[in-house]
Design a protein around this ligand. Structure first.
Ligand SMILES: Nc1nc2c(ncn2[C@@H]2O[C@H](COP(=O)(O)OP(=O)(O)O)[C@@H](O)[C@H]2O)c(=O)[nH]1
Ligand SMILES: [Mg+2]
Length: 441
């Protein structure tokens, strides 16, 4: 079944279930207005949703959901990659690095009410754990969905006939929605073709056709993308590097994933290789405390590669399952940054020739087309295996997901919808497409 068919089925399923729930809720059994308020508040649902709809969402998961959520535990390996260690590289000064372990020394006194705050965090996390992917996507894509719908409806409101003007306006609409120029033209051409073949004149048909073509193009472009996370064979540590410019959400993402994988029962180690910025190490240590995983850090301004070396050795000796490496992202000097990243890469390979299994490029969705420029820079000089797209909750630029696939051909593996650990989700094209367009078709 194609992506657009899945989309339509989801829509029908949800409408049917909503209708069923409505029928069951007879006026006599409906809760009084005050009761209802209590329930809504308890469940802490987003304002736009009634408790009924939320319940429906949870039952309404496609069978494939199990696979999507199990991705973190996926066992695909990269045995075939014959990594050649760079032997002429001098041994890093690992002896000077202090390995800092957070085990045990929780909650450095950073303020009052720490315990209470943590408890509250845990409760919220637990609540959000229980939220389905679809709920989190629906909430996180609200701005993008509304933004696109508004743009699209404005375009259709002007609709008279399918003429040259129509296609120009369609292209403008798609470019305005951050899909990028090339993709906008492609979609417009496809729509042109389909309108002719199917002899479509009616506005509602046009509406549906355009969304269908957007989804179809998106699907076609992603045929060769490998979206799964790759892990080392059992018994060996998996190393995952996080790269990207300052402020995109690398450290936050490392922290969130540490928590996610730890909950899955993996033995997780973090390396604080952003030694450039004061505070960066501490920020990662706070995430380490929260997730209860140790963090390897060096002295201030330590050589990042030496911190990484210590961490990889430790991961190997102490049989960690995964090591996440948080790196610096200063962009004032691209050449240095890229050299630093390739040095880190070499150091990792010296200890574990098949690692890193993943190099995840973190991009901030709110920066739109700018994020694509950054991606090209990193793609040229490091072996990026996938993208983490953050801050989707704070932007209407959801269309960037289409542009990323079209122009970078890198899989989006994770998507961030907020600052909590449970706001980072495995990327699901189905949930994404549904979250973007559900109001339009
Ligand atoms: N709203 C929102 N904020 C995020 C998300 N991911 C990261 N952030 C915030 O972005 C800011 C920068 O993140 P940080 O991890 O320090 O970026 P880094 O410089 O790349 O390590 C922090 O305030 C994070 O809380 C997200 O998915 N949604
Ligand atoms: Mg950081």
């Amino acid at each position: 079944m194609g992506l657009f068919d899945i989309f339509k089925k989801k829509k029908v399923d949800q409408e049917n279930q909503s209708a069923e729930v409505d029928q069951q809720t007879t006026p006599e059994s409906a809760p009084s207005e005050s009761e209802k308020q209590v329930t809504d508040a308890d469940q802490n649902q987003p304002a736009e949703k009634s408790a009924n709809v939320a319940a429906t969402d949870q039952q309404n998961q496609p069978a494939k959901k199990g696979t999507a959520e199990g991705t973190t535990g996926s066992t695909a390996t990269e045995a075939s990659e014959s990594a050649t260690a760079d032997n002429d590289e001098a041994e890093p000064e690992s002896a000077e690095v202090v390995a800092e372990d957070n085990d045990g020394d929780q909650a450095v006194a950073t303020g009052h009410n720490q315990d209470q705050g943590q408890k509250q965090d845990q409760n919220e996390d637990q609540h959000q754990d229980e939220q389905s992917n679809q709920e989190v996507y629906d909430r996180g894509l609200k701005q993008s969905r509304n933004g696109f719908a508004e743009r699209f409806n404005r375009f259709l409101a002007n609709f008279r006939s399918v003429d040259e003007n129509f296609f120009e306006e369609l292209e403008d609409t798609l470019i305005g929605a951050d899909l990028g120029f090339d993709l906008a033209i492609q979609i417009s051409n496809q729509v042109h073709e389909a309108v002719k073949v199917q002899n479509i004149k009616d506005k509602d048909q046009i509406r549906s056709l355009i969304i269908e073509q957007m989804v179809a193009q998106y699907e076609a472009q992603g045929q060769n993308e490998d979206q799964s996370m790759h892990f080392a064979p059992a018994g060996q540590p998996t190393v995952i590097l996080f790269v990207g410019v300052n402020g995109v959400g690398k450290t936050t993402t490392v922290g969130k994933l540490a928590s996610t994988y730890k909950k899955e029962g993996k033995k997780v180690l973090l390396a604080a290789a952003d030694t450039f910025r004061a505070g960066a190490v501490k920020q990662l240590q706070e995430w380490g405390n929260r997730a209860d995983v140790p963090v390897v850090a060096g002295p201030e301004k330590a050589d990042p590669a030496s911190v990484v070396y210590t961490a990889v050795e430790r991961a190997k000796e102490e049989h960690y399952d995964v090591l996440f490496v948080d790196t610096a992202g200063r962009l004032q000097n691209n050449v240095n940054l890229m050299q630093e990243l390739s040095k880190i890469n070499r150091v990792v390979k010296k200890v574990l020739p098949d690692a890193p299994q993943e190099v995840l490029l973190v991009l901030d969705a709110t920066t739109g087309q700018n994020a694509l420029q950054q991606a090209k820079l990193f793609q040229d000089s490091s072996d990026v295996t996938g993208i983490v797209l953050t801050k989707m909750d704070g932007t209407a630029k959801g269309g960037i997901v289409f542009a990323i696939r079209d122009s970078l051909h890198l899989p989006v593996k994770w998507i961030g919808f907020g600052e909590k650990a449970t706001d980072l989700r495995v990327f699901s094209a189905e949930d994404f497409v549904y979250g973007m367009f559900k109001d339009l078709v």
